[in-house]
Design a protein around this ligand. Structure first.
Ligand code: FAD
Length: 418
């Protein structure tokens, strides 16, 4: 089959890789000159099955209200005259019940464990290298209340097979000695030895290299303007090429992997995707003091931040701001992240050389991505991965490739059925 993949972010490139593995002729389209240049550009660098607790959980409504209008809040809704934002917010509230939270954790963990396994297989088979580290992920807490709230979800994750075990403050410092500075303030931690980290953008570029070597075509600097249908199926994609000329690109099947732009492209087809952009920030800086710098990837749930070590650079990323498609760098939010890093690892990074970035996570109200069929027979979804797009990329890419090929997916997950 000829398959057209819309979007060359982490989800598009992994879809392309697994589709060509199953013998399809694949073309990938993207508006940027290089792959993985939007949300997949400078993320937190975690392969984090243990980060499965969705933003929507029983404690969230109170926190969100408390944070309204607070410029440096970890999760900030900037209320707009935007019906999509309000509708998404209502759907988010519906996902905050204990039952929905448990169900969503189950989906996220199942896909995460499968996906991490597929990533390892890909690494073994191809030798891709992307500053990866297999030292696990440590969630640390400086608030006893936050630590207590993490215990139940961690227990559920363990029951689902994700070994996120509770560790004492002393053990946390043994796992990551750079935490010694805040040892007196540590309320507790959890550690997932099987989780990993690395440079997601390098990973995406490596996968593109593998795809190109296997004749996958990448049409870069092509802006998709519409998906056109005839007789209930997608007939072609309309795009403008780098010279501004309209092009029609045809295939037998199409994968929608346009990140936070996916709902805008699906809406004219009558397909409503519950995806809203959740802006996140990252800071990347060179290591200044090796003795103070972390090696193990860390999660700071309280501040909604993750810390990864990418070679000789530190990457700190996270927080969420619901403010439409705005990608501006807000100085207050950037400074809040640097302040927290300096508080935990003083002098570790060269803050004078810090590079800031924002990206729009394609967030669903439940944090569960949309993968599978649509009611248009030849249009498939691989989008809405929110906070865990890299963690879920290999599992999602392989699953959508199998569904398109008429094969059963290898993981028990709530795939979309159209
Ligand atoms: C701050 C931050 C930290 C994060 N940390 C982690 C982490 O540690 N671990 C993890 O697993 N995940 C993390 N994520 C999430 C992860 O980065 C995303 O889920 C993932 O990058 C989404 O990939 P995507 O392919 O769906 O979207 P994108 O990467 O945005 O890809 C979509 C592509 O579609 C293209 N496109 C859009 N519109 C058009 C159009 N009209 N025509 C042509 N092309 C178009 C874009 O150019 C883009 O390349 C983080 C995200 C953020 C923002």
């Amino acid at each position: 089959m000829k398959v057209v993949v819309l979007g060359a972010g982490l989800l598009g490139v992994t879809s392309a890789y697994y589709l060509q593995q199953l013998g399809h002729e694949v073309t990938v389209l993207d508006r940027q000159a290089a792959p993985a240049a939007e949300t997949s550009f400078a993320n937190g660098g975690q392969i984090s099955v243990s980060h499965a607790e969705p933003w929507a959980n029983p404690a969230a409504p109170f926190k969100v209200l408390q944070w309204l209008g607070q410029e440096d809040a970890p999760l900030l809704f900037r209320l707009r005259a935007d019906a999509r934002q309000w509708l998404w917010g209502l759907q988010f509230l519906r996902e905050c019940t204990p039952e929905r939270t448990r169900y969503n954790i189950e989906q996220i963990v199942r896909l995460g464990m499968y996906s991490r396994e597929m990533l390892r297989e890909l690494r073994r088979d191809t030798g891709v290298a992307y500053d990866q580290r297999t030292q696990g992920i440590l969630h640390f807490y400086t608030s006893a209340k936050e630590f207590d709230a993490a215990l139940k979800p961690a227990e559920q994750m363990c029951l689902l097979g994700c070994e996120r075990r509770v560790v004492s403050a002393d053990e946390a410092v043994r796992i990551e000695p750079a935490l010694r500075h805040i040892r007196p303030r540590l309320a507790g931690a959890t550690y997932t030895a099987d989780d990993e980290s690395g440079d997601a953008n390098k990973f995406a570029r490596e996968v593109v290299g593998l795809c190109r070597a296997r004749n996958v075509a990448f049409l870069m600097s092509h802006t998709i303007t519409a998906l056109r249908t005839t007789r209930g199926a997608i007939d072609h994609v309309e795009a403008t090429d780098p010279d501004g000329r309209f092009q029609r690109i045809r295939g037998d099947a199409y994968v929608l992997a346009l990140g936070s732009v996916s709902p805008l492209m699906a809406a004219p087809l009558g397909i409503r995707l519950p995806i809203y952009p959740a802006k996140g920030y990252s800071v990347t800086m060179p290591v200044r003091d090796e003795a103070m710098a972390h090696q193990v990837s860390l999660t700071d749930d309280e501040h909604k931040l993750v810390y990864s070590r990418l070679g000789d650079r530190l990457r700190i990323a996270g927080t969420a701001e619901f403010n439409g498609y705005d990608r501006d760098l807000n100085r207050v939010r950037c400074e809040a992240i640097v302040r927290r890093v300096e508080e935990i690892f003083p002098g570790a990074g060269d803050t004078g050389e810090a590079q800031f970035w924002t990206g729009l996570r394609p967030a669903t109200p439940s944090n569960v991505p949309l993968i599978g069929r649509t009611r248009i027979g030849n249009l498939f979804l691989n989008t809405g991965h929110g906070t865990l797009g890299w963690t879920h990329s290999c599992g999602s890419g392989k699953s959508v490739a199998r569904i398109i090929s008429g094969l059963a997916p290898e993981v028990n997950f709530a795939f979309t059925r159209g």
